[in-house]
Design a protein. Structure first.
Lengths: 110, 113
């Protein structure tokens, strides 16, 4: 079983829609969580960290559910510029190495 | 602003050539990483380093080696390039523990013919 799993999509949504992605992780000792965004042919960049209490940044909300071992990303009022691949990243306590999901592709159309 | 730079954006090499990919970061980060990214396979870790002259194998180290002689520089070496090493190569750096975000370079798209 892969340590970090994401639905690859693509999620195809119209502008203005609300869309949510989940990411499940298998290691219950995982301690820190992130969402990265990767545009086509570009490097991944941090979108937001995911805290136990949740995290909101404008139209983006990230949440952590430790009991069910998943994190989520909610995007409200989708823009064309939100089209990208969203990578879930999980760090296990004491490890230098983060574990990446394979990414969820989002396409926002007019 | 953290900056991670990679020596080339695009590279074309022949089978059997020795290939050097260089990565430099300017934020005094302890950790540095080399990944390759292929469609459908996501990011796969080749090697990482948590200190000068220290290195650890990642998930797919075969056919690769690394060098970290200075804290800011991490080199990936393809000893004898093969066509199955055609890929996008991404370098990243981060602070010492896994709790901190990684910063990525722009990537090197390597084609081996």
């Amino acid at each position: 079983r892969k340590e970090v799993e994401q639905d690859p999509g693509p999620f195809n949504v119209p502008e203005g829609a609300t869309v949510a992605f989940n990411c499940t992780y298998s290691n219950s000792a995982s301690q820190s969580f992130f969402w990265y965004r990767q545009d086509c042919r570009k490097e991944p960049k941090l979108l937001m960290s995911v805290y136990s209490s949740g995290n909101e940044d404008g139209r983006f909300t990230a949440q952590l559910n430790r009991a069910s071992q998943y994190i989520s990303l909610l995007i409200r009022d989708s823009k064309l510029s939100d089209s990208a691949t969203y990578l879930c990243v999980v760090n296990n306590g004491g490890s230098y190495i983060p574990t990446f999901g394979r990414g969820t592709s989002l396409i926002v159309h007019p | 602003d953290v900056k991670v730079t990679q020596s080339s954006r695009y590279l074309v090499k022949r089978t059997g050539e020795k290939v050097f990919l260089e990565c430099v970061q300017d934020m005094d980060h302890e950790n540095m990483f080399w990944y390759r990214q292929d469609p459908g396979l996501g990011l796969r870790l080749i090697y990482f380093s948590y200190d000068v002259k220290m290195k650890e194998k990642g998930d797919i180290p075969e056919g690769y080696s690394v060098s970290r002689e200075k804290k800011e520089r991490f080199s990936l070496i393809l000893e004898s390039a093969s066509t199955n090493q055609t890929s996008m190569y991404l370098c990243a750096s981060s602070l010492i523990t896994g709790e901190y975000e990684q910063y990525f370079g722009p990537g090197t798209r390597l084609t081996v013919t």
